[in-house]
Write a protein that binds this ligand. Structure first.
Ligand code: AMP
Length: 284
């Protein structure tokens, strides 16, 4: 496996792979890799000849009071994990390499899809994500790109961008990887102290209960979100940002009664750490 830091080096590696007729899988990440990321890299390795993992804490997707500076950076360990999962290249550019000019060209998906859920409190977040992923798509020229269902809204935004901009790239969406006790794996889990870590289990527990409620026949979205909200509020350390249900795909308003496939998504703060989790509610 090779670690490269510049656009020029990545382009050279990609050109060489293409010249050999290899298929390319891209796994975009912000590093501090864990088993969630590993599952994406593993899938990319199984489905492609050549795997590029990007490790870039993308400044344009962080708001002014968010955790850009504090975000964990563990490149050495990331390279070990990426290599063990079969990556060929880790691309870890400096911010200047990805954003060489003060003036920026933005790629932005507009509409409710980027304004609901995380878009409400993080108004520039998805513009940052779609811009950096477009740059990565153009550099790595992947046949397939791998994203996690953990960031369910990001998945819907990516699908929309790929469709609207005619990217000739197959999106592969991998299921949420959880700790043994249910907590969704996240680079931000390292911010949690012991009490917050324990309190955060309320998320997966409440989502599981909601799924059971749905499977038992409940089709009133308001009743399901009310039950999840009440259950999360029982945990005194929790501070809810949102508990909401939207219809899939594209996060449209949920029908009454619920029909088809719907996303129940939550964002909750424990101390200063904001965690997200979700479950898809759909007919079996
Ligand atoms: P991040 O480094 O947090 O930007 O995540 C990079 C990619 O890994 C995104 O597509 C995430 O959705 C995915 N990912 C993060 N955590 C998990 C998880 N627990 N399970 C599956 N995929 C994940």
């Amino acid at each position: 496996m090779k670690l490269v830091h510049t656009v020029a080096e990545l382009r050279e590696e990609v050109a060489a792979a293409k010249a050999q007729g290899l298929t390319i899988g891209l796994v975009p990440t912000m590093g501090a890799l864990h088993e969630g990321h590993a599952s994406l890299i593993k899938a990319a390795n199984m489905e492609n000849d050549f795997v590029v993992v990007s490790v870039f804490v993308n400044p344009t997707q962080f708001g002014p009071n968010e955790d850009l500076d504090a975000y964990p950076r563990t490149l050495e360990a990331d390279c070990k994990l990426a290599e063990s999962m079969g990556a060929n290249i880790v691309f870890a550019p400096a911010p200047k390499e990805m954003y060489p000019s003060e003036d920026a060209t933005w790629v932005e998906v507009t509409g409710e899809i980027t304004k609901v859920l995380c878009g409400r409190t993080r108004p520039i977040h998805f513009r940052g994500v779609t811009t950096v992923v477009t740059k990565l798509f153009n550099l790595a020229q992947p046949d397939r790109a791998y994203f996690g269902q953990k960031d369910a809204q990001q998945v819907e935004v990516m699908k929309r961008m790929v469709k609207d901009l005619f990217f000739n790239i197959q999106l592969r969406i991998m299921p949420i990887v959880r700790e043994a006790d249910g907590l969704a794996k996240s680079s931000r889990n390292t911010y949690l102290n012991e009490a917050e870590r324990k309190a955060a289990l309320v998320l997966s527990r409440s989502l599981k209960a909601a799924k059971e409620q749905y499977e038992a026949g409940e089709r009133d979205a308001a009743k399901i979100t009310a039950a999840v909200t009440a259950s999360i509020k029982e945990e005194p350390m929790s501070d809810i940002d949102y508990v909401e249900i939207y219809a899939l795909p594209e996060l449209k308003p949920v029908a009454a009664p619920m029909a088809g496939s719907n996303l129940l998504a939550v964002a909750v703060k424990f101390g200063t750490t904001r965690l997200i989790d979700n479950v898809v509610l759909e007919e079996k």
